[in-house]
Design a protein around this ligand. Sequence first.
Ligand SMILES: [Zn+2]
Length: 105
Amino acid sequence: MDAVTESIWELIRENADHRGIWVNMRRLWRALSDWMLDAEQFSEEFAELEEYGLILTFIDDEKTQIVIRKSRWLCPHCVNLVNELPSEHMEPCLERQRKLAEIRR
Ligand SMILES: [Zn+2]
């Protein structure tokens, strides 16, 4: 997940309802309004988040609606469900994996 996708994921979570499921699209689009991306680029970003299994997008009343499927993602290194952003998690996670590998040796 690159930095742009990650920032969009963060904004999606920030603009979800209290249950963390339905995204308030009006607030999300407002938050994304000064980003230099066009509609096609946004749908590519949303598609990538869909591939991670994090969100589901569909068209409702001719408008894009986003539903959060999971607020956590599966880290391929420690195989834990992680709530932090990938950029916050990856470095300490890889460091932990490296130390564990040393202990096991
Ligand atoms: Zn991890």
